[in-house]
Design a protein around this ligand. Structure first.
Ligand SMILES: Cc1cc2nc3c(=O)[nH]c(=O)nc-3n(C[C@H](O)[C@H](O)[C@H](O)COP(=O)(O)O)c2cc1C
Length: 209
């Protein structure tokens, strides 16, 4: 007798697969143990070289097609994100048996309501990273956290953090393509959707996995 694991309801359902792709991504905001909490974010520099890095997923809006991340306004990725630059986000959730590739455009918001709310909504401990004296990636002679000595191992107070607000920025990504790969012994499933600007909706179709 062959043992067939039950297939999920979305297995052969394009709309339900789309919803499941967003479910997997959204779990990254609420569940710190979810792989979508630490997606890979890809940008391209002026030479065309791709740069990938892990970032913590802070917020997702399915309706607005947006993902929010936080970063240091002095980091190398900032220059790669000028003028709504092409950006990709990758999630592999082994338990969900799903790879999700989102691509679209991203921009950096250093000032304004979104960045202010993101800053004040972060814990003091998380915001301590932005107290680094030199920009992330600056070569140093000795190994160091880059933080001022007086704050090492301590949690900063609000008034101490205020001086460093300028080092913080939100990275706002908006998806215009989503690709779904679901792994199953019974046969993998792959689909892709793109955002249709004239109709204001997602259009999708199945692909050969
Ligand atoms: C688990 C984990 C979480 C990370 N979260 C962030 C983050 O939320 N924001 C960020 O800018 N970098 C984060 N990083 C560091 C980045 O991967 C990267 O090293 C850094 O942002 C410098 O990238 P850049 O030189 O391309 O700007 C994280 C790294 C790891 C391993």
């Amino acid at each position: 007798m062959t043992h067939q694991l039950a297939l999920p309801a979305y297995y052969n359902d394009l709309d339900a697969s789309f919803a499941e792709a967003w479910n997997v991504v959204e779990a990254g905001v609420t569940d710190r143990k979810s792989p979508a909490h630490t997606p890979t974010v890809g940008t391209v520099d002026t030479d065309g070289t791709p740069h990938l890095r892990i970032m913590i997923l802070r917020e997702v809006s399915r309706d607005l097609r947006t993902l929010r991340f936080h970063t240091d306004a002095r980091s190398d990725k900032i220059a790669q994100l000028e003028h709504k630059a092409a950006t990709s986000v990758l999630v592999y959730d082994a338990a969900a048996k799903a790879q999700i590739r989102l691509s679209g455009r991203a921009q950096i918001a250093g000032n304004g309501d979104v960045a202010d709310t993101a800053w004040s909504g972060s814990t003091a401990f998380a915001r301590r990273c932005y107290m680094a004296e030199a920009a992330p990636g600056t070569p140093i002679a000795q190994p160091s956290s880059g933080l001022p000595d007086w704050i090492e191992g301590k949690q900063p107070k609000e008034d101490q953090l205020a001086d460093y607000r300028g080092n913080f920025a939100a990275l706002l990504f908006q998806a215009d393509r989503i690709e779904w790969l679901y792994l199953a012994n019974a046969g993998h499933r792959r689909a892709r959707w793109h955002w249709d600007q004239t109709q204001n909706l997602w259009l999708g179709n199945w692909l050969v996995p």
